[in-house]
Design a protein around this ligand. Structure first.
Ligand SMILES: NC(=O)c1ccc[n+]([C@@H]2O[C@H](COP(=O)([O-])OP(=O)(O)OC[C@H]3O[C@@H](n4cnc5c(N)ncnc54)[C@H](OP(=O)(O)O)[C@@H]3O)[C@@H](O)[C@H]2O)c1
Length: 292
C-alpha cells in the first residue's frame, strides 16, 4: 500500500480508549483492500470545533462521533442527512463535495441486526425501550418509521421521556407511551411486548452484574429480549431472559452493522458482516476482560 496516499479516518469522543471502532474499521479496510487507517481521538467539548475543522484541513476520509458529542457536533457540520435529519444526532461524518455531512447509522444498524440475527420484522410489533438516551432516540425514530404498533419508553427522567415523546409526535406523528422503571403498569406492558431492548449502559463491563429493572418474568413466550451492551456479549439482563426461556439478541451485531454502514458511506464499499463479527467476538472473549 502506498503510505503517501493512505487516508485518515477516526473517532471523536471522550472517553474513546476502550472503543472497538478502530478494530472494526481497520479490519474492514483490510478486508476491502482500502488504503486507510482509523484512529481514535480524545476530544473535549471545547475542542470539538477545531477537531471538525481538522477533518476538513487534513482531508480525512470520515469520522465517527460518540459520547458526548453526537448532538453538539451538528452546528459544526454543513448539513445533516438520513436519520440524523430527524433525530438531530450524528454518529458518522462524511465528506461530500467539499461539505461535511452528518449521518446516524445506529437505528439502521440495530434494524439490520434485528432482522438478520433476531429474525424479527418490526412492523406491527410492540416494543419496549429501557433508557431514554441517544441510542433510544435513534432506535425509536427508526422503529416508528418501520411501522411498529407501539413504543413504550421507560426511563428515570420524566423530562427526557416527555422530550422524546414530543419529538416523535411533532416530527413523524408517532404517539409513544412513557413509563418510569417503578410504574405498576410495566407488568401489563411486559405481557404484551414482542421486543424489549436494554438501551441503558447497565451491565456493561466492569459492572457486569447490573441490569435494568424490568419484569421479564411477565413477558409472553417468544418475546425477544435485546441488549445494546456488547461487553460482555451475554449481559446479566440477557442471562435472566434466557432463564425465563426468552429468545435474546446481543449488542455486538448492531455494533458491527452500524460500522459497516459508516464504512460504506465513506468508501462506497460494504465490508462483509461475518468475518467482522468473528473478529470482534474474538477480541471480546472472556479472557480479554480489559476490552471495553
Ligand atoms: N451495540 C451498539 O452498537 C451500541 C450503539 C449505541 C449505544 N450502545 C450502548 O447502549 C447504551 C446506551 O447508549 P446511549 O448512547 O444511549 O447512552 P446515553 O445517551 O448516555 O443514555 C443512557 C440512558 O441510560 C439511562 N441510565 C443510565 N444509568 C441508568 C440506571 N442506573 N438506571 C436507569 N437508567 C439508567 C440514562 O438515564 P438518564 O438520562 O436519566 O441519565 C439514559 O437514559 C450504552 O451502553 C452504549 O454502549 C451500543
Amino acid at each position: 500500500m502506498e503510505m503517501a496516499e493512505r487516508r485518515l479516518f477516526g473517532l471523536f469522543g471522550d472517553p474513546v480508549g476502550h472503543s472497538l471502532s478502530p478494530h472494526l474499521q481497520n479490519e474492514a479496510f483490510r478486508l476491502l483492500g482500502i488504503n486507510g487507517v482509523y484512529l481514535s481521538f480524545t476530544v473535549k467539548p471545547e475542542e470539538l470545533g477545531a477537531a471538525v475543522q481538522a477533518v476538513r484541513c487534513l482531508k480525512m476520509g470520515g469520522v465517527n462521533i460518540t459520547i458526548p458529542h453526537k448532538e453538539r457536533v451538528v452546528p459544526h457540520l454543513d448539513r445533516l442527512a438520513g436519520d440524523a435529519l430527524l433525530t438531530g444526532s450524528v454518529n458518522t461524518v462524511v465528506p461530500e463535495g467539499g461539505q461535511l455531512v452528518g449521518y446516524s447509522t445506529d437505528g439502521e444498524g440495530f434494524l439490520l441486526s434485528l432482522r438478520h440475527q433476531g429474525q424479527m420484522e418490526p412492523a406491527g410489533k410492540k416494543v419496549v425501550l429501557l433508557g431514554v438516551g441517544g441510542a433510544t432516540r435513534a432506535l425509536s425514530f427508526r422503529l416508528a418509521q418501520e411501522g411498529v404498533a407501539a413504543l413504550y419508553l421507560v426511563g428515570r427522567s420524566p423530562e427526557k421521556i416527555a422530550g422524546l415523546q414530543t419529538a416523535l409526535r411533532e416530527r413523524i406523528g408517532f404517539p409513544a407511551a412513557g413509563l418510569s422503571f417503578a410504574d405498576p403498569e410495566l407488568e401489563a406492558v411486559a405481557a404484551e411486548a414482542d421486543l424489549v431492548i436494554n438501551a441503558t449502559p447497565l451491565g456493561m463491563f466492569p459492572a457486569t452484574n447490573d441490569q435494568p429493572s424490568f419484569p421479564l418474568a411477565a413477558c409472553r413466550r417468544g418475546c425477544l429480549v435485546a441488549d445494546l451492551v456488547y461487553h460482555p456479549l451475554e449481559t446479566a439482563f440477557l442471562r435472566q431472559a434466557r432463564k425465563h426461556g426468552l429468545p435474546t439478541l446481543e449488542g455486538l451485531g448492531m455494533l458491527v452493522y452500524q460500522g459497516i454502514l459508516a464504512c460504506r458511506l465513506w468508501t462506497g464499499h460494504t465490508p462483509p458482516f461475518a468475518p467482522l463479527y468473528r473478529f470482534l467476538n474474538g477480541l471480546l472473549a472472556p479472557d480479554r476482560t480489559s476490552m471495553g
